[in-house]
Ligand binder design. Structure first.
Ligand SMILES: NC(=O)C1=CN([C@@H]2O[C@H](COP(=O)(O)OP(=O)(O)OC[C@H]3O[C@@H](n4cnc5c(N)ncnc54)[C@H](OP(=O)(O)O)[C@@H]3O)[C@@H](O)[C@H]2O)C=CC1
Ligand SMILES: O=C(O)[C@H](O)COP(=O)(O)O
Length: 496
């Protein structure tokens, strides 16, 4: 049970505590933030609304702890992360229960998220121990006009305090995808979990606490992003921000100071289906890649551009498979579960109604019960419809019928988003040419877009992000370079 047994220290009455200075604390604000269960529309949990002073103190403690952590041997940092990963996996069922109640993620997918997170932590430890142990040695005479009288030793050093802000749809996995690289590189971590998903994240933090990281190195401050977000992102004690979410990230990028930013934002992942595509494969990937977790994935297929000569066959195949999708509650491991909030459901409904008013063809009836939206395939979509361009973050997918592949590429590139996309064709040459022409961070050939496996570089262009994630790139962006130059009195060449 949430907040019981192994996790009893994190709960104060019916409000979950925040974590700072190596302790679970109750805020002096006396205020809490309710977390609504998307399935029941009832309050599932409450978390503290932290004060400005509590945020400031957490950051101060992190700064102090980070100095000592940066002088901790790499193998010890890696060992702590491996302990963290093991404890997290041991607690997968309790944390999965929190995910079910906070973000209506199907129970089996919730367990998968926690196990995947443990694997990401361990992989980060192993990858980080290698990357951080390596530097660069440069001799001066490789540059014209120089003899070999200078040696440059370049090494990677931590940035300081990393602010980690994950989104509701992966409140554990997209938290540790920031936390683990930050810790192995010798940084301290301030976590601001999403309100929907905060308790899942706090349970994850308790696993880190039990792994025995130094006091103050990790903090988790709770409260609405709209209330404490600016205090955190504009705080002088923050040396890096790693953010995943919506266009909030664009606003943050304009407020943050001279610090490294890692942003993964929205997506309008375009699926181009060519005439020679394996339509069964394409249809299966639309189902998996477009409707899993009710389309609440930034990498979900968000628009299908299909050559009109094969459109009827593809659409029929997809519609047949959609009829087999289980719609219902996350506890029952349904494929389609309630979206995260009423505001999200209302937004999705607005896009659907706009498309209907402008003449789109619906292959299913629009059906919504509170936050539960039944899967919808909207056909004959035209560029004047909002759903051709906007991101529903729900189980509705628009189909645009194209006459040429260039039309599909144009639609992909005309979008403000540029996260991922995919192309289905049996001709590898065509696949490469189309993939090269699609201006997105990642293009999948003959499969649906996906962030995983988590060591692959994962990046968004334009309004989809700044920088690159994936374990290795996250590790690298959470470091800075330090050069040490040895000046010899005379030139000297190593003769071996
Ligand atoms: N690229 C990717 O990997 C992902 C992108 N997204 C995109 O995000 C959107 C939905 O996810 P959602 O979580 O609602 O995104 P939001 O951008 O609303 O929230 C993301 C995180 O930012 C926090 N936040 C909100 N306001 C501020 C602020 N002013 N300063 C600092 N932090 C703030 C939120 O906290 P709080 O919850 O308290 O508001 C949450 O933790 C969709 O557009 C989706 O495409 C979502 C998931 C992954
Ligand atoms: O932010 C998201 O939605 C995730 O990055 C998507 O991850 P996935 O492709 O592994 O579901």
């Amino acid at each position: 049970m949430a907040g019981q047994g192994f996790f009893q220290d994190i709960l104060d009455g019916d409000v979950f505590k925040f974590y700072a200075d190596g302790e679970w604390k109750t805020s002096t604000s006396g205020k809490s933030v309710g977390i609504t269960n998307p399935s029941t529309l009832k309050t599932a949990f409450k978390v503290q609304a932290c004060t400005q002073d509590e945020v400031n103190k957490a950051i101060e403690s992190a700064k102090v702890a980070q100095k000592a952590w940066a002088k901790t041997p790499l193998w010890k940092r890696a060992e702590a992360l491996h302990r963290f990963a093991g404890i997290l996996k041991d607690q997968k069922n309790v944390i999965a229960e929190c995910l079910v109640k906070e973000v209506a993620k199907a129970q089996k997918d919730s367990v998968t998220e926690v196990v995947r997170s443990g694997d990401l932590i361990s992989y980060s430890a192993e990858e980080g121990i290698r990357i951080m142990a390596e530097g660069k040695f440069l001799a001066s005479d490789s540059f014209p006009g120089n003899g070999r009288n200078k040696y440059c030793l370049a090494s990677k050093t931590p940035l300081g305090v990393v602010l980690c802000i994950p989104p509701f749809n992966y409140p554990v996995n997209l938290a540790v995808s920031k936390i683990a690289p930050a810790l192995i590189t010798g940084n301290a971590v301030i976590l601001k979990p999403p309100t929907q998903g905060a308790v899942s994240a706090l349970h994850m933090v308790h696993c880190a606490h039990m792994a025995g990281f130094p006091k103050g190195l990790i903090a988790a401050v709770t409260g609405k992003g709209s209330e404490i977000g600016d205090l955190l992102t504009m705080h002088p004690g923050i040396d890096c921000i790693s953010f995943t979410g919506g266009d909030t990230g664009i606003a943050i990028s304009k407020k943050a100071g001279m610090i490294p930013l890692q942003m993964e934002l929205g997506g309008k992942d375009c699926c181009i289906v060519l005439e020679d595509a394996d339509l069964e494969l394409a249809a299966n990937n639309v189902i998996k890649g477009g409707y899993s977790y009710s389309g609440q994935r930034c990498t979900a297929i968000k628009v299908i551009c299909v050559m009109e000569s094969v459109a009827e066959e593809l659409v029929k195949n997809i519609v047949d498979k959609m009829a087999k999708l289980k719609v219902g509650m996350p506890e029952d491991n349904c494929d389609i579960t309630p979206v995260v909030s009423q505001s999200s459901a209302n937004y999705i409904q607005g896009l659907v109604e706009d498309a209907q008013a402008k003449g789109a063809k619906f292959h299913q009836e629009w059906k919504r019960e509170n936050n539960l939206i039944h899967p919808l395939l909207i056909d004959n979509v035209t560029p004047d419809m909002r759903i051709a361009w906007e991101e529903p973050f729900g189980p509705v997918i628009p189909v645009i019928r194209i006459k040429t592949v260039e039309e599909g590429i144009h639609h992909c590139n005309a979008n403000n988003f540029a996260l991922q996309g995919c192309v289905f064709t049996k001709d590898i040459n065509k696949a490469i040419l189309v993939s090269n022409a699609m201006e997105s961070g990642t293009i999948q050939i003959n499969a649906a877009p996906a962030r995983g496996p988590d060591h692959f570089p994962f990046q968004g262009l334009r309004d989809s992000g700044i920088g690159s994630q994936g374990v290795t790139n996250s590790i690298l962006m959470m470091t800075k370079v330090k050069s040490t130059v040895i000046n010899l009195p005379v030139e000297s060449y190593t003769m071996g």
